[in-house]
Design a protein around this ligand. Structure first.
Ligand code: SAH
Ligand code: SF4
Ligand code: F3S
Length: 514
């Protein structure tokens, strides 16, 4: 097989069921379809040009495939996966399937998986075990695994070997191929594996069935080229490629016209938006400057990498309007030495300087972050630096994690002298600081009036409505159900650690477009 064929990939299915069990036979599938995570190979990326495809349609021969059949998708992981699920749901509907909320009722079950940490993967393997009995009850049921785990060689091998209940495995670059993969799985008694190592394409016109009609995700770019030493994403999502601004703006305008109240621009590293355009100099700041003119009340973006966060973006965000005062800015560690080993490419001081600039331009900004504790060989002093940075920035929220080694990443090869007990203790200490600062930030809202985008009934009490402020604070409050889907003013009566309680005062008029 030559390099071109290898990169383009091809669909492969196990030749017969017994193949699933024989270790030596797997190699041919991987040679054909899959390049295992390799830093060396992955870093060679970026030579081929991004191809844009605007012609996605469901092939005519597959229309009606889903007639009388139901699909169920369970989503793990980040917003990127949630949005991919919306695309797959769109394809299922296009094929004539109906959605169902119950696995028992489904004719096709997909697990859209996440590979970011070991426990994310364990959940999926556990679920595959739980679902096995459904295959015995209903032999026509198709069970599929897609998403980031499918891009890992070890996972595909493990499924081929021990999870015979799985009918299909497909990767993050193969979502648009769902009709063909389903067809193949119906025709064949064997597991269908389609995981392309090829990336670099941007496919437009994919159908989407969004969850809800208030908030919407909008992809602005795919992939990640940052290669933080602990992270699997650059391998599972491929190289950075940006959607063209016109396509994004058209999608946002369409969502605004449909009455959506909030959009979140999505990418693993949105600050690298546009860096791959060869024909123009256009970045996230430019894109946000155009999107802020669209008549949609709120615009968010995630996730930012501090390294590419430039002054132009800060300048545009400071214009406010529909650009909200909340920035999620993962720092990972407060120690310059740890940041260096993580290959984050900024120092503690540079991060603090960026925060200073952001706060100066947007004085009422709320900052949140991601932090990893227990990185290989992290010392007590280095951990203390994370705590002190957290306090110094005054983060209002954080996702905190214990480092989890991911096969194929450079960090997984590092010797680690930090015992798990110590890592757990550090996580606890960090979490109490996170709670303390969140409670402090919340307290300031007591007796204030805040703007809330009402998303629906609160989780625990249908008589109470819930929504978020511009600065991303959860508010539970009493109001008539007619407020759902609107931006309303709420007077805060009680501040808790992670949420506010209040009463609606009035509805807010739509933002004026400048
Ligand atoms: N692209 C985003 C992060 C995506 S993953 C960014 O760079 O900010 C979300 C978070 O998971 C990361 O910010 C990091 O804190 C955490 N994470 C990623 N890999 C991890 C690993 N191997 N172990 C523990 N946490 C990890
Ligand atoms: Fe992973 Fe984010 Fe780093 Fe990319 S920037 S490698 S997604 S942590
Ligand atoms: Fe997980 Fe993949 Fe997102 S690994 S965090 S689902 S990009």
């Amino acid at each position: 097989m030559n390099e071109k064929q290898r990169l383009e990939g091809q669909q492969v299915k196990a030749a017969n069921s017994s193949d699933k069990k024989s270790e030596k036979d797997y190699s041919k599938y991987f040679e054909a379809v899959y390049v295992p995570p390799s830093l060396k190979d992955a870093k060679k990326r970026g030579k081929e040009e991004v191809q844009y495809h605007n012609d996605f349609t469901i092939p005519e021969e597959f229309l009606g495939m889903g007639k009388g059949r139901k699909f169920y998708i369970r989503t793990y992981g980040c917003q990127m996966n949630e949005h991919d699920t919306e695309v797959m749901a769109g394809i299922f509907l296009g094929l004539g399937y109906e959605p169902t909320d119950s696995v028992e009722d489904a004719n096709v079950i997909l697990l859209n998986t996440c590979a970011i940490r070991e426990n994310a993967e364990n959940k999926v393997f556990g679920e595959l075990g739980h679902l096995k009995h459904l295959k015995t009850q209903n032999p026509d049921l198709l069970l599929g695994v897609c998403g980031c785990m499918s891009q890992e060689e070890s996972v595909v091998k493990k499924i081929l070997k021990t999870y015979n209940q799985v009918d299909m495995i497909f990767g993050t670059h193969n979502i648009h191929r769902l009709p063909n993969i389903l067809q193949e799985a119906y025709m064949s008694k064997e597991m269908v594996v389609e995981v392309w190592s090829k990336e670099g394409d941007v496919i437009e016109n994919l159908p989407k069935v969004r969850r809800g009609n208030i908030k919407a995700w909008v992809n602005i770019m795919y992939g990640c080229d940052k290669f933080c030493t602990y992270c699997i994403v650059p391998y599972t999502r491929g190289k950075e490629r940006s959607r063209r601004p016109d396509d994004i703006i058209q999608e946002v305008r369409h969502l605004a016209a449909q009455g959506y109240q909030e959009i979140t621009l999505l990418g693993q590293n949105v600050n690298a938006y546009g860096k791959d355009f060869e024909d123009m100099n256009y970045g996230l700041g430019d894109l946000m400057d155009e999107i802020r003119k669209i008549d949609i009340p709120r615009v968010r973006f995630t996730t930012s990498h501090p390294r590419d966060f430039d002054d132009h973006l800060i300048e545009v965000l400071a214009k406010g309007g529909n650009l909200v005062e909340h920035i999620h800015l993962p720092v990972q560690s407060g120690s310059t030495d740890v940041l260096k080993i993580m290959a984050r490419k900024y120092t503690r001081e540079q991060y603090l300087e960026l925060v200073r600039k952001i706060k100066e331009a947007i004085p009422n900004v709320a900052l949140s972050t991601d932090i990893i504790v227990g990185y290989p060989n992290e010392t007590d002093e280095q951990f203390e630096e994370t705590l002190s940075l957290y306090r110094e920035v005054g983060f209002e929220a954080a996702y905190t994690f214990i480092y989890s080694p991911r096969e194929g990443t450079p960090a997984a090869k590092m010797q680690d002298n930090v015992p798990m007990e110590v890592k757990k203790e550090r996580l606890q200490r960090l979490n109490s600081l996170v709670n303390e600062l969140s409670a402090e930030a919340m307290k300031k809202y007591k007796d204030q009036v805040v703007e809330v985008l009402v998303e629906g009934e609160s989780k625990n009490n249908p008589d109470v409505l819930a929504g978020y402020t511009r600065r991303n604070k959860l508010v539970n409050f009493v109001a008539p159900k007619t407020a759902i889907g609107k931006v309303v003013k709420v007077k805060v009566t009680e501040a808790k650690t992670w949420s506010l309680k209040g009463e609606m005062v009035e509805e807010v008029q739509p933002v004026e477009v400048k």
